[in-house]
Every structure is written in C-alpha cells, then in structure tokens.
Ligand binder design. Sequence first.
Ligand code: SF4
Ligand code: SF4
Length: 83
Amino acid sequence: MNCRPACAACCIAPSISSAIPGMPHGKPAGARCVQLDADDRCLLFGRPQRPAVCASLAPSAEMCGSSREQAMAWITQLERATR
Ligand code: SF4
Ligand code: SF4
C-alpha cells in the first residue's frame, strides 16, 4: 500500500532511539518529530540524515489501518507491548 498523505502517525506515535537532526537523543513515543513540516511530510525524505529506521519502515495495512487515528492506536499499542 502507499503511505497516506497528511498522516504521519509513524512519525509521532513510536519512540525512535536513534538520533534525528534536532532530536539528538531520538524521540519519545507520542512526540511529534521535529523533522515533520506543516503538511506532515518528512523534511529529511531522501536525504542521508534521515534515520535508517525511518527509511526502512514500509506502510502496511496492519500498521496504517484506514485512518491516522487507527494507525496512532495500533502503533501506540505496539509501543506499550514492547516497552
Ligand atoms: S502510519 Fe502508514 S500511512 Fe501513516 S504516515 Fe506512517 S506509513 Fe504512512
Ligand atoms: S525523520 Fe522523518 S520519517 Fe523519521 S520520524 Fe522524523 S519526520 Fe518521520
């Protein structure tokens, strides 16, 4: 499946342990990544500074669901289960 425009659930809901430009210690779960622009697009897309974990994450029906709310809920649940 394709990534849904203006979603960004996977840039907000999960924790990211690797450094992100502007977030040197990574990102806590539920925090909006500082690299999201006003349209919820990654400012680092296609650039070497983008964390490998971000580049390796592919959209899936299971994770993304049919709305941002569903994706937020699924990722948050996974985050809690793996904390
Ligand atoms: S949760 Fe899925 S649809 Fe939403 S931004 Fe991430 S990959 Fe795209
Ligand atoms: S670096 Fe880009 S892809 Fe990774 S969490 Fe931040 S906005 Fe999302």
